[in-house]
Design a protein around this ligand. Sequence first.
Ligand code: UPG
Length: 461
Amino acid sequence: MSSSSDRKLAHVALLPSAGMGHLTPFLRLAASLTLQNVNVTFITPHPTVSLAESQALSQLFASFPQIKHQQFHLLPLDNPLEDPFFEHFRLIKESSHLLSPLLSALSPPLTVFVTDMSLVSAVIPITEAISLPNYVLFTSSAKMLTLFLSYPTLDDSKAMDELDEMDVVRIRGLELVPKSLIPPPLLKKGNNILKTCFLEDSKKVAESSGILVNTFESFEQESLRTLNDCQLLLKRLPSVVAIGPLPPCDFEKGQLQLSWLHDQPAGSVVYVSFGSRTALSREQVRELGEGLVRSGRRFVWVVKDKKVDTEDNEGLEEVIGDELMERVKEKGLVVRGWLSQEDVLSHPAVGGFLSHCGWNSVTEAAWHGVRILAWPQHGDQKVNADIVERIGLGTWVKSWGWGQETVVNRAEIAEKIREIMGNESLRIQALGIKEEARKAVGSGGSSNKGLSELINIWSKF
Ligand code: UPG
């Protein structure tokens, strides 16, 4: 039997996709692998879309100098049409032929390549050609993975059109999700960038060597079981390994002193943020501000009305309006664009999170045991909000619909904030989930074992 000291070190290269929602789990995986003595090369598509991404990358390399950094220069972006983040997914794929020489030149030779799920169809042919095992990191929930994998079959199915919104979509006898949770672009006729990515990538993922998901067993037991006795695909699916919640790293802590938070009573503050790439309409921003004031609760509010942070150049007063700004400041801390979420969620004063349910936000709330008031905006977020509600981490006001569908009014926002902040049983449940989350990645926990077994396998390649 070989001891860990004479075991060959695996050399793993990681390639994330665009946006903080996709980058963050890769940063955490890189840190986690490095701490377990794996050689890591981090490949960064260049340029990044947002400032937040380039800052987070600098922090990773400053904190882990042993991680090798390799820039992957993308082809020039011509004719950007839709969402800048999705455009980048496409651009990384279109530039993927440039990866071959880059991967082959890495020294020592690579053992394994881990890529984002949105790049799979372009990357797998490249890794196959150089016989390099390719694992996929799925940055959303396991439930969303079931939808991702079955999407080509659903897209072919005429019966989808006949289903009512609340009807459950089934595939080969398996209940997937109510149709109402499916991201609207996936239901639209004709092409759009999300649909194209889903079709291309989900067909190809069965050819990967394995799928890693940033989730944990007790959080998504049913979906993980479904995935591992998989009837979702006609082809055999590689193993799906839960490795989460990937713990936040120290370098994610912000520079901003949250002295205001230090003065607030434990559990009294609601944190309001819609992630890194969701812009609310100006009208909705103001209604939300009025709702926060009317709730009578203390709050930390990250205001964002532009998708990409480089375009966030108006002052807070201009976005919120001077008069509302004055009232907001009496009860809360308001920040434009970006605040270290890790600093906020880990603070004892924070007791609730009004969240769009981006998957990182959900796993971070679980990690810190903070209850969620879900307000999904787009993409996978209704699927994730449904998980939050079912597991007892939070509540979801379904009538608020998708973002931009309606303007949710101040009175409703105030009422739901008061409700969630006063909900003692949710507070206790969230703390229980925190314990489960930490157990999963702690020594001997299910996700800890999952990742260690992978590292063991990789070191034998
Ligand atoms: N974050 C901060 N400060 C901010 C805003 C965000 O630290 O002011 C961090 C946050 O902690 C998280 C990440 O940025 O780690 C944001 O990720 P997430 O919560 O998943 O939201 P999005 O940025 O919206 O993520 C995209 C999709 C989302 C999807 C996710 C993972 O919008 O729907 O689940 O990617 O695939």
